[in-house]
Design a protein. Sequence first.
Length: 293
Amino acid sequence: MIVGLVGCGHWGVNILRDLRALGCDVRVVARSDASVARARNGGAAAVVPEIGELGAVDGIVTCTPIETHADVIEEALAADAPVFTEKPLCDDAGDAARLAALAPDRLFVMDKWRYHPGVAAIADLAQSQRFGLVHGLRTVRVQQGNRHSEDAVWVLAPHDLAIALEVLGDVPRPRAAGGQWANGQLVTMHALLDTDRGWHAMEVSERAPAAERRIELHCDEGVAVLGGGWDEHVLVHVRDGRKERIEASGELPLLAELRAFVGFVDGGPPPKSSAAEGAAVVAAIAALRALAS
């Protein structure tokens, strides 16, 4: 299988690694000297400066700065192959809706947390109602600093909205938000959203004293917690004082989502996070930013 990869930055090089591990020949679009070097050192079958020079490919993965997503995706779709783009779909709700309408069946978003074994375990608890009725979901995604040009909400919030989609079954609806703005960027945000299956309380920040990734599912009879991105278990704090440990090991999420995309290109089921779901995430972020203004 021949896959085009647009972008080979600090994260794109990991995508190249995993696509090659899945047996793909990868042609990379890279322009800077550093990106070209990463692509060549990573075993790219070819390195070209433009999407139009990729030649015939079976699928395309895009990994470029968020502000370029809309233009890059539209150009990639012109190759008439399935496209898998890093989150978020783009940074404009109108553009997101247009892209989703342009290619509803062959454009997908790389929401890697939907492939995390711990998130899958929490989603299973929500679906089975093993610990009673689900009331809501709390997510915390905070850190010191942000190497992206976009702010914390565009960089971090898509992950937690995708987790809510996986656990609660829908992209939550924004209800309230507040945060800290600095130089026109929303660097910290607390938000409350809801779905038909429960509320979603979300905290994201690039100004936190320490990094934290936390997911809590609040149910009648207990709270299920995934305490970190590398955790391989979910700990349930039951109302009667017991603690129940649920093992949640498995394939790393990036490899798992790329495996899903490669399988789809080869005739299998589509990966998670359709273009329509990606557009709903972008619309939710735009609404949260307006609420936090």
